[in-house]
Design a binder for this molecule. Structure first.
Ligand code: NAD
Length: 308
């Protein structure tokens, strides 16, 4: 068997490293080293593992004379020059299944936090206000409400299943035919949904998709959730519709500018904001690492051995 050299550029769990070592690979952990060490070590490496800190640029790819696989422990590949890697015949793998549950759980948390005003009630009480009647006037039950899911992929489907269990009516819009859900066109979704949750990928066609034209068509007092990618929303437009109350409240895990999101937006009273934590649970991180390692090993050995 080949003795593969695998360079780890960003921290991954011990379990992930052990998996590779048990396969007989030589694992070089550079997660706390500088870029020069990476450039030196990558020259004869067979595979490179990154999360989001390391930017896999042309410089790094050119320094790697023997590289066969780049593995990103997570979904998005925006920190990797995928086009250049592919030109050089290097495979790029990631983990797409493992984050879905954790992101869907956050969405569920957002739905409940929005309609029951949990963060607002908590912060008022901490300031000494027993805001019982204030909260009662702006809170809603979920049973019978309509959830509109835009982008009915891995995460959207999970959110849909769980929302049905909460007694919600679920409608979905997607660019592909869907099964197991009432599929509607975008206009109908915007008109019918009490809560809208966005799960589209960031593509040229979805960049800025959620702008004043769409907000205008939504129900008065709608709740909006975005855990996909920040740039799918025009934040300037969103602020206008949050201010005028057309959108009752929004829960956002992703922003145009990360890690420095628009302060005016995140500080609004009717915004719940979290720092891109969708897949960041201890269990999900472990699962993402293992999915990535298995995909990496498969790509490296070019077979379907997953070594469970
Ligand atoms: P997925 O590929 O399984 O599903 C995306 C769905 O969107 C597909 O069904 C696709 O057909 C649909 N779609 C594409 N373009 C569309 C459009 N213009 N209009 C409507 N639907 C469209 O993806 P997923 O795993 O469910 O992830 C969804 C999003 O969540 C992605 O943007 C991903 O980057 C993001 N994400 C965020 C976090 C986080 O930490 N917040 C973690 C993981 C994934």
């Amino acid at each position: 068997m080949m003795n593969y050299k695998i360079v780890i550029a960003d921290p991954i769990s011990k379990k992930g490293m052990l998996y590779l070592q048990e396969k007989g690979a030589t694992v070089v952990d550079l997660s706390s080293e500088d870029k020069q060490r990476l450039l030196d070590e990558i020259s004869d490496a067979d595979a490179l593992i990154v999360r989001s800190r390391t930017k896999v640029t042309r410089e790094i790819i050119d320094a790697a004379k023997n590289l066969k696989v780049i593995a990103r422990s997570g979904v998005g590949l925006d920190n990797i020059d995928v086009k250049y890697a592919k030109e050089k015949g290097i495979k790029v793998v990631n983990a797409v299944e493992a984050p879905a549950n954790a992101v869907a759980e956050l969405v569920l948390g957002f739905i409940l936090a929005l309609v029951r005003n949990i963060p607002r009630a908590d912060s008022l009480l901490k300031k000494g206000e027993w805001a019982k009647s204030k909260i009662a006037k702006i809170s809603h039950s979920l049973n019978g409400k309509t959830l509109g899911i835009i982008g009915y992929g891995r995460i959207g489907r999970k959110v849909g299943q769980w929302a049905k269990m909460l007694g919600m009516e679920v409608i979905a819009y997607d660019v592909i035919p869907l099964a197991g859900v009432e599929q509607v066109d975008l206009d109908e979704l915007l008109q019918r949904a009490d809560i809208i949750t966005i799960h589209v990928p960031l593509l040229e066609s979805t960049r800025g998709m959620f702008n004043k034209n769409l907000f205008e068509k939504m129900k008065d007092g709608v709740y909006l959730i975005n855990t996909s990618r920040g740039p799918v929303i025009k934040e300037e437009d969103l602020k206008v519709y949050l201010k005028n109350g057309k959108i009752a409240a929004a829960a956002l895990d992703v922003f145009m500018n990360e890690p420095n999101p628009d302060r005016d937006l995140v500080e609004m009273e009717n915004v719940i904001a979290t720092p891109h934590i969708g897949s960041l649970t201890i269990e999900a991180q472990d699962a993402i690492t293992m999915e990535t390692m298995k995909n990496l090993w498969m790509a490296l050995t070019n077979n379907s051995e997953t070594g469970k």
